[in-house]
Design a protein around this ligand. Sequence first.
Ligand code: ARG
Ligand code: ZN
Ligand code: CA
Length: 318
Amino acid sequence: MKKIVLSLAIVSLLFSCNKQEDSITTTDGNLAETVGKRGCYSDEHLKDQLAADPTLAKRMEEFELKAAEAIAQGRIVNGVLEIPVVFNVLYRTTAENISLAQLQSQIDVLNKDFNAQNSDYNTANNPYSSVRANVGIRFVLDQVIRKSTTKSSWGTADAMKKANRGGLAPTSPTTKLNIWVCTIGGGILGYAQFPGGSSATDGVVLDGKYTGTTGTATYPFNLGRTATHEVGHWMNLRHIWGDATCGTDSVSDTPVHNAANYGVPAVGHRSTCSGTPLEMYMNYMDYTDDRGMYMFSGGQKTRMLAIFDVGGSRASFR
Ligand code: ARG
Ligand code: ZN
Ligand code: CA
């Protein structure tokens, strides 16, 4: 991840001289002397800081270990965080026991949408094209766990996550994204747990009819965007209208919306809030039909990546 690369760069700066200073030569042409004595103050500076702050060495060492561990475990590949996904499929009817192909199609959508590879990313006349973001997080299908049940709908009180209520407990929720696929009922497409909640219920719930792009996936929510939206919540994003009239999503590059949008809003649709900004109804965190949403913003990306930083609420996924 960018932050990791950045922090590593800072640490390596502390330990080494930068190129420009390396090339400074003295009048007597003694390069080594120059580097040792004037060209590289970073090392001296670090020594001073280490002497002044007895906890610094330990913090730096811990950071090195974390970075090494993350790289060794392969969770960060070429700077991109990879999140293993466990699907927990709960079914009563055979139709509810959705196919591996349908689950894989959902993984494929997540990988496209979070890496600016979705075919609608370059939709013409997007007034917000300049703030579109390549989030740069990848999803890998890790396991599919299936369980036959007698329940015809599961609601939104997390019963599907509890073995003693007929559901399936999450698998390794601090290192894997658990997605429960079941019939929710009540017209709910899906829901997510925000960062900071109990690991016993952590993850995303999707109704099977709004999962992936094949099999039982049902128009107008048949493009896998319910998961994109819910994983956005799981990564700390709020609805773009801030769940209030002209509310805030705590992201500065998304405009103020007066309310959720449904269907596919007309091009040029404006909010009724102060300044009547053009709404970013093509954002995954709005409520439009799947074909109407195709971007996260740069500010949303920053907010999502922050939870995976060292000390962040989902740092255990690194
Ligand atoms: N939690 C929202 C709901 O259940 C999900 C909205 C997802 N939107 C979509 N186009 N798939 O209504
Ligand atoms: Zn939502
Ligand atoms: Ca905003």
